[in-house]
Ligand binder design. Sequence first.
Ligand code: COA
Length: 253
Amino acid sequence: MPRVTIAGDEILYAQHKGDLKGGRDLILIHGAGGSHLHWPIGLRRLEGATVYAPDLPGNGRSEGTGHQTISAYRDFVLAFMDALDLEKPTLMGHSMGGAVAQDFALTYPHRLDGLILVGTGARLRVAPAILDGIHQDFEGAVRLICNYAYAPDAPAQLKRLGVQRMAETRPDVLYGNFLACDIFDVIDRLGEITAPTLIICGTADRLTPPKYSTFLRDRIPGAQLVLIEGGGHMVALEQPQAVIQAVTRFLQR
Ligand code: COA
C-alpha cells in the first residue's frame, strides 16, 4: 500500500488510478473503528475514478494517536489532499467519516467537487453504553457496536469479520473517534453547504437511522437521497452494488 507522511505520522492508503480522461478524484473516509477495509473493493476500485482510501491517523495501519474532534480529522483530510496534490476531489464519508466530510464542506468549500454522505448525520450523539463500554469492557463494546452496525440479516461471516477488525483498533483511538462523534453538531449549518451532495442510507440502519439522512436531504440545498432497502449501518459492505451504482451515477452527473 502507498504511504505518505503527514504531521510526522506515516499514513497508509489504498489507491486506484482511474483510466478515464477527466475522471474524478474520490477520497473515501471511513468511520469510527474502521479503516480503508470498511469500503468494498468495488468502490475502492471504482471504474473511471481515481480513488484514495486512507486509514485515518491512529486507525487501521496508519501511525498516530488518533483524534478526539471531527475538525482535527477534517484538517488531516486537507493535509492528505495537499500532500497528494489533489485540488478538488469528491469526499465520501461513512458515519464519523461523513461528519468529517460535512465539516470539510463547511470549512473548505472551494476544495470540494462533491460530497457523498453514507450512514451519517448532522449530529451524532453516541449511546453511553458505547462510550463508557469502550473503557469498561472493550470486547463487549465492540460486539455491541457491531451488533447494531449490521442489518439483522447481514451474512454472519461479514459480522464476524467486522468484530475482528474493529477489535484491532486501539481502545483509546476507538474512544476518541466516538467522542469526536458525540460532540459533533452542524444541524444549524447544513444550509451553508454548497457542494453537490448525495446521501446514502440503509433503511435498516440502527446507528444513524434514516431520519438523520432525510434531515440532511431536507436541509442541504439540492441534495439527493438514495435509500437502500434493508441495508444496515454498514450498507456499503452489505450491499456494495447498490452503493456503487448510486455513486457512479452521482460522479457522472
Ligand atoms: N438528524 C436529525 N435528527 C436528529 C439527529 C440527526 N443527526 N440527531 C438527533 N436527532 C433527533 C433525535 O431523533 C431526537 O428526536 P426526537 O426527540 O423526535 O426523538 C432529537 O433529535 C434528540 O436526539 P439526540 O440528540 O440523539 O438525544 P437523545 O437524548 O434523544 O439521545 C442517544 C441520545 C445517545 C441515546 C441517542 O442518540 C442514541 O440512541 N444513539 C445511539 C446510536 C449511536 O450511538 N450511534 C452512534 C453514532 S456514531
